[in-house]
Design a protein around this ligand. Structure first.
Ligand SMILES: Cc1cc2nc3c(=O)[nH]c(=O)nc-3n(C[C@H](O)[C@H](O)[C@H](O)COP(=O)(O)OP(=O)(O)OC[C@H]3O[C@@H](n4cnc5c(N)ncnc54)[C@H](O)[C@@H]3O)c2cc1C
Length: 245
């Protein structure tokens, strides 16, 4: 028989962990599935700086025991601005170990309604049942890879969330598409990694068209307003071994 929970939380990012901490605080039987801080650990670049101030970066627990200030006291991390991404990752893991000690890192593959409950099937084939499900799967699935780029070989362009380490762009020409805070920051990080970077936003329409026509190997993304700044891509310029391969 499948284990039965009061609530299953799908996602172990900041929102999933905070939600689970409050549910556990109410004495409920809770299961949490997902990779702890996965977006932060695997889909954001090394060296990134947080937009939010440390005092606006608290994860939430019912007794307010595990705020960022307490973490900084325990760990010796600085509370300055801006916070490096690694400090936030360390904080998230510190929070998870204390507030939500049991996270099952298996992905959920399907959720069905059955006999007044939810039947949750995990990627490894296990099944659990729950009275309620909280979805906290974040923004990763909203990455936008519009035409014409989807028709290009995958190795010739990518989305910002595909990268953690920009080291492989050393010595390459890279175009970042976008004009928001993220685009500028990614361009700076690429520059620091040794790439020759060009930033192209909406105002560079002619340049974007030129790139899309393939007069030079390159990329364009239209960036919906709702996710502006989260979407960039890159392509090696003509002459790059990847283009010629
Ligand atoms: C480049 C960038 C910079 C940002 N900077 C900041 C900042 O400075 N300050 C700020 O407050 N916010 C920032 N954000 C926003 C940040 O992503 C959110 O604040 C936060 O991560 C959202 O948390 P979440 O728990 O909703 O989702 P996420 O952190 O995205 O976590 C999603 C969770 O869902 C899990 N999951 C996904 N699919 C499944 C599945 N099928 N089964 C089980 N689990 C699954 C993942 O493993 C993960 O645990 C930034 C975002 C980006 C992209």
């Amino acid at each position: 028989m499948s284990p039965v929970f009061d609530v299953v939380v799908v996602g172990a990012g900041p929102y999933g962990l905070s939600t689970a901490a409050h549910l556990l605080g109410r004495g409920l039987r809770v299961a949490v599935f997902g990779r702890t801080l996965e977006m932060w650990r695997e889909h954001m670049p090394n060296g990134m700086l947080l937009r939010s101030h440390w005092w606006a970066t608290n994860l939430s627990d019912p007794r307010r025991e595990y705020g960022f200030e307490q973490f900084a006291k325990d760990s010796g991390h600085e509370r300055g601005y801006p916070l490096p991404i690694q400090t936030f990752i360390d904080y998230g893991l510190w929070f998870q170990q204390r507030a939500v000690p049991e996270v099952d890192e298996t992905y959920v593959s399907s959720i069905e309604r059955r006999d007044g409950r939810f039947l949750i099937t995990l990627e490894d084939g296990r099944e659990v049942e729950s009275q309620a499900v909280v979805m906290a799967i974040g923004v990763y699935y909203y990455a936008n890879r519009p035409d014409p780029f989807t028709r290009l070989p995958a190795k010739l362009f990518s989305h910002s969330s595909d990268h953690r380490d920009f080291g492989r762009f050393k010595g390459r020409d890279v175009v970042v598409i976008g004009g928001g805070q993220s685009a500028i920051e990614y361009a700076a990080l690429l520059h620091e990694a040794g790439a020759a970077v060009e930033v192209a936003g909406r105002e560079h329409r002619a340049r974007l068209d030129q790139l899309a026509m393939g007069s030079e190997a390159l990329v364009v993304l239209s960036v919906p307003r709702s996710v502006e700044g989260l979407v960039q891509c890159h392509l090696p310029l003509r002459g790059d071994p990847l283009v010629e391969a």
